[in-house]
Design a protein around this ligand. Structure first.
Ligand code: NI
Length: 187
């Protein structure tokens, strides 16, 4: 297992649509192991392959509640989501973060329900109906595979604040990355 460095916004891989996984082979199995290890070390609740520089349609997720821990890998996922409610944006409850924009959090409206359909590491198709935070994780990670970061979806004034944060950190250029456990203690 290898801990991978996580790309920071500005690298082209993060902003390019990822390609389908043609075959689940040893390379993919190793990649997914490394993704779990990197996500756990970060720590994060999700990680897409694009974030470690691999333009393939894979993400991992780990979401714990008091009752259960939902942990898995989604290969070649599809996602359908419910309509956005017209509730007002809640600055705290809707605050989202991303390991590719480490240390920053901004509120973003997401659909409250999502249906994830994907293939697991054994090549089996599965689906999960998610609500709330898990639905948000699925939407966030799926966006990564479309080459989209949550920064791209922010509304005013958060979009402007995000741009400022990226500028102040000297991000937004290719080739920047950080290593979990080393560069940022609490992203
Ligand atoms: Ni992210």
């Amino acid at each position: 297992m290898t801990l991978k460095t996580i790309l920071i916004t500005g690298d082209p891989v993060l902003h390019t649509r990822a390609l389908d996984v043609p075959l689940i082979d040893d390379y993919i199995r190793q990649l997914v192991q490394d993704m779990f290890e990197t996500m756990d070390a970060a720590p994060g609740v999700g990680l897409a392959a694009t974030q470690i520089g691999v333009g393939l349609r894979i993400f991992v997720y780990a979401y714990g509640t008091d009752d259960e821990e939902i942990r898995g890998v989604a290969i070649n996922p599809e996602l359908s989501i419910s309509e956005l409610s017209d509730e007002e944006l809640d600055e705290e409850a809707d605050a989202e973060g991303c390991l590719s924009i480490p240390g920053e959090r901004f509120p973003l409206k997401r659909a409250n329900r999502a249906l994830l359909m994907a293939t697991d590491l054994e090549g089996q198709d599965y689906q999960i109906e998610a609500e709330g935070w898990l639905a948000r994780i699925f939407q966030h990670e799926f966006d990564h595979l479309e080459g989209m970061l949550y920064a791209d979806r922010l509304m005013k004034p958060h979009k402007r604040h995000m741009k400022k944060a990226i500028k102040e950190n000297n991000w937004g250029i290719p080739g920047l990355s950080w290593l979990p456990g080393k560069d940022y203690l609490e992203p």
